[in-house]
Structure formats: structure tokens, C-alpha cells
Design a protein around this ligand. Structure first.
Ligand SMILES: *Cc1c(COP(=O)(O)O)cnc(C)c1O
Length: 463
């Protein structure tokens, strides 16, 4: 999934050729602003601070592991997306990246809309007071109960994902005396990941209705005939952790082609197109993500150009960044438990969390960086693998990294860029308790999602 972004050579070597992994030239105490939240720095004693609070204070007060989220950074990034797209476009934050009531309120205040993809996410959004008309409901298998709740609540759009769902939503809306605004999610035969995109045969997936073979056109034909539905546009989401805009270019070209066919066949110009999310962030210093204003400019130009050549009025664009907003705003704070040097191989550093708080390394072979944050060190770098405490040898947090050679139990490590798809994908494997999310801002910290307790675990276990 992810490209090799590590300075240290082959990623899949189990046994490392001696001398192959060379220590990085950069100072291990330095914190690359690309991968850390905006307010992160070191104080005069070398202790890392965020939002004006030291990690040692945070660890003492809230324990480890903990996700530490920089609220000012979250708001800055949300606002940057909102501003970049202006008033002619909508930004929907993809709630699946990380959702809590505090986050919903920040989004509301910053003028963003919200994507949800389950009844649980919808409940969280509504509980925090997000106006229903600014919520989009996604998913390839929404239950009839979920659809009914969404329609009753008055969500701004439901993104339809199959022929059966077109009929299901239409009937439910009609039986409630409503006309539901919907988009139809199509697959355009483009799949993008990181630096490449593949423009063939990627309809072979569970999401969306293929453009190929006229299926998407048929879906639109059917939806337009149903009284319970108001078809407002076409939706396409091509991948994740994307840096290269050319996948969006091909997707926009194909979506606009469909809009043109719809106009020609039905005399209807659909007013909206949604190009999805998937914009990449820096997990390591080797990643070079684009700024929201560059992305907005590129996407707007692509859609405008395609529409001009198809002689269509430019539809309203929406985008759905999740990772690109929340990902860089948080780091996971861990305490080192054991340091185990394996002669000629590497040193295994065990922390007090692992795959239960960050499954991405095991699931996607994702790459992360890591730093010693409770102090600085001038010791020689050592090659490490940061692992968790679970009974699973694939329980790796950071596969290849360099840390100071004097690393010891009790030191605090932080793994940056864990704001997206870490807490939201967290599990209770080994009955390990899910960490809290602590937000910091202007010298104050508060828990926005509390740490799980053994009582929480036992409450579900009804004996
Ligand atoms: C997952 C997803 C997103 C968000 O993806 P990110 O990589 O977090 O930006 C947006 N839209 C849809 C439909 C998705 O499934």
C-alpha cells in the first residue's frame, strides 16, 4: 500500500544484512514540522511540548498510551480546506477518520460539513448538534433502520451505492412523505494510492456502481424516475493517501462525461459532483503532501475545463478529506517498557500499546516515524523496531526507525500523524483498554474521549 519511504533500505528483509542500514544524517532530536502537529516543539529542557504543555505532564495526568490532539492545528487545517474551496464548493470531513462530539463541534464552528457511514457515526454527529442538512450518509450496506433514521433526521444527502439501495431509499423516503436528496456513487475505473494511479479494471471492488458497461447510466435512469429521490449529483472516491492529482483528473473527466450523457439523454444537468477524499499526509519526512489551496485550485480547474469542453455549466464541487484534516493533528504518546537488542539484527523497543491503538502498520504496511520526546539525547542512533504489547508477532507500530542508543524503560516515545484511522480503528485485542484522546490548546488539556476501563469491558460481558 505505502511506498518505501525509509532511509534504511529494504522494508521486507527479515534478517538485515550487516551494515546495510545506515543511520540517518539528521539530528534525532529534531522534529520535522511536516509530520508533527503545528504547536509541537521542545522546551528549554528538551521535553516535547504541544499546545504549551509538556508530554511529561500529559503522561502524568492522563497516562499512556494516549492520543494527544492539537486542537488549534485541527481548526487551522479544517479552516484551510474551507477557505481554499471558498463558497462555491463544500468540504465534508470524513468522520470515519476520527469522530467525537468535540470534533463535530469544531467542524461546525469552522463551517465544514460531515460525512458519516454508519448509524453510530450519525448518532454522534446529531448528538453534537451538527445540522442534519450538512451531513452526508455513505456506505455500501446501510441498513433499512439506518436509512430511515437518516431520512427522518433530514440529512443533506444520502450517497447511493447499489441498485437495491436506490429502490430502498426511494421507498423509505416516499413512505415518510419525503423526497431525499441523493448522489449516486460510481466507480470510474481509477484507483489511486500514493504516487500512482491505475486506470484500468478497478471496478472490482465493493463500493459504487461501475461506469463501465453503462451501469452507472442505468442507475441514474432508474433513480430519476423515483418520486422519493432528488438526484443532485454523482460521487466518486478513488483511493487513499494520494499525492498525485492525475487520478482525480481522470476521475473528473469520466464523471463529467457521465453528466454530459445524462444531459443528452434526460435533458437534466445534475448540479453537483463529489470527488471524494483520499488526499495524502506526511507520515515520514519523505512524504510531500500538497496544501489544500493547491488541491482546490487543481480540482476546480480540472472540473471547469472538463465541463467547458462538454458544454455543461460547472457543477458545485464537494470534497471529503478525512486523513488530511485530522491525521497530522495528533500523535500517540507511549512509554517504553522494554528494550531488547538482538545481536546483528536490531533492537526491539516495546511500548505500552500497539496494534490495538494503531492497526495501520499491521493492516496496510503503513510507515510511521517515531521520536524520543521526554528528553533529548546525543547517544549514537540505533536501528529499532517499535512493537506493542500484544500476543501477536505482527504487532508492530513502527517497522524501521532510528532512536538514540541510550533509550531506556520509562522514556516516552511519540508516533506522529496518528490522528486518522488509529483511534477510529482501535480494538480491544487482548482486552487491552483503548487509549483516551486528549485535546490540547493554549496551555490547557482536556479529555475528549476517555480511556476505556476494565469496567467498560466487563459491562459488555454479561456473564
Ligand atoms: C474514506 C473516505 C473518505 C476519506 O478518505 P481520507 O483518505 O481520509 O481523506 C472520503 N470519502 C469517502 C467516500 C470515503 O470512503
Amino acid at each position: 500500500m505505502s511506498r518505501s519511504a525509509h532511509p534504511a533500505g529494504p522494508r521486507h528483509a527479515d534478517v538485515l544484512p550487516e551494515g546495510h542500514y545506515t543511520a540517518p544524517a539528521e539530528d534525532l532530536n529534531a522534529l520535522d514540522p511536516k509530520v508533527w502537529a503545528h504547536t509541537v516543539g521542545r522546551d528549554a529542557d528538551g521535553v516535547v511540548t504541544v499546545g504549551g504543555i509538556t508530554v511529561t505532564q500529559l503522561a502524568e495526568e492522563y497516562g499512556t498510551p494516549a492520543y494527544i490532539l492539537d486542537e488549534a492545528d485541527f481548526r487551522d487545517r479544517a479552516r484551510a480546506w474551507r477557505t481554499a474551496f471558498g463558497t462555491d464548493a463544500d468540504v465534508f470531513y470524513a468522520g470515519k477518520a476520527f469522530l467525537s462530539r468535540a470534533v463535530v463541534r469544531w467542524l461546525d464552528e469552522e463551517g465544514l460539513n460531515l460525512d458519516v457511514c454508519s448509524g453510530g457515526e450519525l448518532a454522534t454527529a446529531l448528538a453534537a448538534g451538527m445540522p442534519a442538512e450538512r451531513i452526508a450518509f455513505h456506505g455500501n450496506n446501510k441498513s433499512p433502520e439506518e436509512i430511515e433514521r437518516a431520512v427522518r433526521a433530514g440529512v443533506g444527502r444520502i450517497v447511493l451505492d447499489s441498485f437495491q439501495e436506490i429502490v430502498r431509499v426511494a421507498h423509505l423516503a416516499q413512505s415518510l412523505g419525503k423526497r431525499q436528496r441523493v448522489q449516486i456513487r460510481i466507480t470510474v475505473g481509477v484507483e489511486a494510492h500514493t504516487h500512482e494511479f491505475i486506470a484500468t479494471a478497478h471496478e472490482d471492488q465493493k463500493f459504487g456502481i461501475p461506469l463501465a458497461g453503462g451501469q452507472a447510466a442505468e442507475a441514474v435512469r432508474r433513480a430519476l424516475q423515483l418520486d422519493g429521490l432528488e438526484v443532485i449529483g454523482i460521487h466518486s472516491h478513488i483511493g487513499s493517501q494520494i499525492f498525485d492529482m492525475s487520478g482525480f483528473e481522470v476521475a473528473a473527466h469520466r464523471v463529467v462525461g457521465l453528466l454530459k450523457d445524462i444531459r443528452d439523454e434526460h435533458g437534466v444537468e445534475l448540479p453537483e459532483i463529489d470527488l471524494g477524499g483520499g488526499l495524502g499526509i506526511a507520515y515520514t519526512s519523505d512524504d510531500d503532501p500538497r496544501e489544500p489551496h493547491e488541491i482546490a485550485k487543481a480540482l476546480t480547474e480540472i472540473v471547469t475545463r472538463e465541463c467547458e469542453s462538454a458544454r455543461l455549466a460547472t457543477p458545485r464541487i464537494s470534497v471529503e478529506p478525512g486523513r488530511a484534516i485530522v491525521g497530522p493533528t495528533a500523535f500517540t504518546l507511549y512509554e517504553v517498557g522494554t528494550v531488547k537488542p538482538l545481536d546483528g539484527l536490531r533492537t526491539y523497543v516495546s511500548v505500552d500499546g500497539g496494534m490495538s491503538d494503531n492497526i495501520r502498520t499491521a493492516l496496510y504496511d503503513a510507515e510511521y516515524s517515531v521520536a524520543l520526546v521526554s528528553r533529548t539525547s546525543d547517544a549514537e542512533p540505533m536501528l529499532v523496531r517499535v512493537v506493542g504489547k500484544h500476543c501477536e508477532s505482527g504487532d508492530i507500530v513502527v517497522k524501521d526507525a532510528f532512536l538514540p542508543g541510550d533509550l531506556a524503560p520509562g522514556d516516552l516515545l511519540a508516533v506522529p500523524a496518528t490522528g486518522a484511522y488509529c483511534r477510529s480503528m482501535a480494538s480491544n485485542y487482548n482486552h487491552v483498554l483503548r487509549p483516551p484522546v486528549v485535546s490540547v490548546r493554549d496551555g490547557a488539556a482536556r479529555v475528549i474521549v476517555r480511556r476505556e476501563t476494565e469496567e467498560d469491558l466487563l459491562r459488555l460481558d454479561v456473564g
